[in-house]
Design a protein. Structure first.
Ligand code: NCD
Length: 307
């Protein structure tokens, strides 16, 4: 049972907690294979999604997970809520508490917004992506998918390639994978690497051909143009020529390597269509596993604690 109220990031989560989430997710994954996908784990609980940024997978995944476990779900569309009338995040949170929310799942463009909310509400807060900081449930579903394929993390070589600087997915994976004993290499042009990368216990490279050699996991990341100022790379075509994950480059990875991507994918930019749709790709299984991982997290935070 998780002893915490909230799940805000993997930086402050222990290896034991990650193991507990992944173990329960494996049980939840079996529920998804049943023809009747239903449990009563969260009967009577109320789960609210509060997304200040766009999302397809993450929001639907959380809502599906909550619904499968019989929670009631409410989705707040920020564009049509009182946020656009100037209400503060804390006031919005206190009102959701007053509506008897058991969990608030928040995505926000400001790093730290979920932490501020968590300090001010009674409900459990789950970070569904805050600015450039963390996206813990994405990293947990990525780790679940790796464990499903390789059985353990010890000695696993994970290469994360792409726009590391703007990626909360990369940061959460680095914190989590390091705790589990995998070795992480990040690969990007220097303009797309964050300043603090040297302190994150990863191998840093700007040569994709070199660092892909012998990799067990090759994870591509989207070029986050909406968070960038101009000039971080010359052109999309040139970026693809030097940093695109294509079939030729992938042949240098380990023979059993898997290809991952958190989505949304920009085909032909960070990855070629041949790789996205190829035999080694687990991009869609990642999405299915995401539902199981989020079921596990909701159950550990809500059902087991307060039941
Ligand atoms: C990511 C995100 O929003 O951080 N997507 C996701 O949640 N699956 C990555 C991205 O936007 O590129």
């Amino acid at each position: 049972m998780l002893k915490r109220k909230d799940l805000l990031g993997l930086k402050d989560v222990t290896r034991e907690e990650i193991e507990e989430i992944l173990a329960l997710a494996a049980q939840m994954r079996k529920v998804l294979d049943q023809s009747a996908k239903k449990t009563t784990d969260l009967q009577g609980k109320s789960v609210i999604t509060l997304f200040y940024e766009n999302s397809t997978r993450t929001r639907t995944s959380f809502e599906t997970a909550a619904k499968i476990m019989s929670a009631s779900t409410t989705s707040i569309s920020v564009a049509t809520s009182s946020v656009s009338k100037g209400e503060t995040l804390i006031d919005t949170g206190k009102n959701l508490d007053a509506i008897c929310a058991d969990a608030i799942i928040i995505r926000h463009s400001m790093s730290g917004a979920p932490h501020l909310l968590a300090k001010n509400v009674r409900a459990s807060v789950i970070n569904a992506g805050d600015g450039l900081n963390e996206h813990p449930t994405q990293a947990l579903l990525d780790m679940y998918t790796m464990k499903e394929h390789f059985g353990s993390f010890e000695g696993l070589k994970v290469v994360i390639a792409g726009d590391i600087k703007h990626s909360r997915v990369a940061r959460s994976n680095i914190w989590g994978l390091n705790k589990m004993g995998a070795s992480v290499t990040v690969c990007a042009p220097k303009t797309l690497l964050p300043a603090e990368i040297d302190k994150m216990n990863v191998t840093v490279s700007s040569n994709l051909d070199e660092c892909i050699k012998g990799a067990n996991v090759v994870m591509g990341l989207r070029m986050q143009l909406e968070r960038q100022q101009a000039g971080l790379f010359p052109s999309v075509a040139e970026y693809h020529a030097f940093y695109g994950i294509d079939a030729k480059r992938l042949r240098n990875a380990d023979g059993d390597a898997i290809v991952m991507h958190p989505g949304p994918v920009n085909r032909g930019v960070e990855m070629s269509s041949e790789v996205i749709d190829g035999d080694q790709s687990v991009i869609l299984p990642q999405v299915t596993n995401g539902v199981a991982v989020r079921m596990a997290i909701l159950k550990l935070l809500l059902a087991e604690k307060r039941g």
